[in-house]
Ligand binder design. Structure first.
Ligand SMILES: [Ca+2]
Length: 299
């Protein structure tokens, strides 16, 4: 008779430590209310049934066969805290979002690529206890309707966001990172960053920065090492040399990685979203402008 009692007490005391607000969500309305409390911008956001997410009956059948759900609870980063994947509608736009429980707060990751992107068919697959977001991109807005799924990405939550999974990571010895941005139709920060593997760095703030000018710093290893790891994870030598979004007036950037014995890899990226991994890398490089102790250079 003792065992059930011990189990019951264990359940009572342990459960509140691990259960979070996402675990308690049961209905579409509860999901909507949860999101609206997280962010007021989600005031008109709603969870739509499959028929509304995919008005074309062909895509409804594909969504059913793939097992697409408007929302589901998954622990994407294996930290014991349940996260929430939602594909819903706000205004005329479908939004694919993930709410990550970071322990002390919930934070939202937006997975749309541009506002006019083709609808997604998101599913989740777990391999060796690791959850992957399988993102099928439909061709609902394509002129050529023969191909129903135009792209399938396998994304994993790493380095703070969802990036393309790499099952065979190779570590290249990175010697230098050179990064530069261009202007855009509006106001975009134009700058250069030159970072050596010992952390010594030059930041040249050229236009539209809080303070333009040339600065130097020693990049904190807590910031440099994740950038180096992310570069190796995304397998930069095998990425394309050029990326381009399908809209205009956006900002462009160029990334040059010097590695191994003087090899270089140059990536130019119009729209700065060649891959999810590159987008995350650029965010981390942009952040260095603010999170390092830059000193005005003498020349
Ligand atoms: Ca989690």
């Amino acid at each position: 008779m003792k065992k059930p009692l011990i189990f019951f007490l264990f359940f009572i005391f342990i459960q509140p430590l691990y259960a979070n607000k996402i675990d308690a969500l049961q209905t579409d309305e509860e999901v909507e209310e949860f999101l609206q409390k997280l962010n007021k911008d989600f005031g008109a956001f709603y969870v739509a049934p499959i028929k509304q997410l995919y008005p074309d009956t062909v895509y409804q059948k594909i969504a059913d066969s793939l097992g697409v759900k408007p929302w589901q609870k998954i622990d994407f980063n294996n930290d014991g805290l349940t996260d929430l994947l939602v594909y819903g509608i706000l205004g005329v736009q479908k939004y694919l979002i993930v709410v990550m429980d970071e322990g002390t707060k919930f934070s939202i990751r937006y997975l749309n690529r541009g506002l006019s992107s083709n609808p997604y068919l998101p599913t989740v697959k777990t391999i060796n206890k690791q959850a992957f977001l399988i993102l099928h991109t439909s061709c609902e807005f394509c002129k050529n309707q023969s191909q129903k799924i135009i792209k399938t990405d396998t994304l994993v939550y790493k380095f703070g966001n969802f990036i393309e999974a790499n099952f065979n990571v190779r570590n290249n010895q990175i010697k230098q990172i050179d990064y530069s941005t261009t202007n855009c139709y509006g106001i975009c920060s134009v700058f250069e960053l030159h970072i050596k593997s010992d952390g010594s760095a030059v930041y040249n703030a050229i236009e539209n920065n809080p303070k333009n000018g040339k600065y130097t710093a020693h990049i904190d290893t807590a910031y440099y090492l994740p950038i180096e790891s992310l570069l190796n994870y995304i397998d930069f030598p095998n990425l394309n040399d050029n990326y381009k979004v399908n809209w205009t007036d956006d900002q462009s950037c160029t990334l040059v990685i010097t590695y191994s014995d003087g090899k270089t890899k140059t990536i130019t990226d119009y729209g700065m979203y060649g891959t999810n991994g590159l987008g995350l890398l650029y965010n981390k490089l942009f952040a260095l402008k603010k999170n390092q102790d830059w000193k005005k250079a003498n020349n």
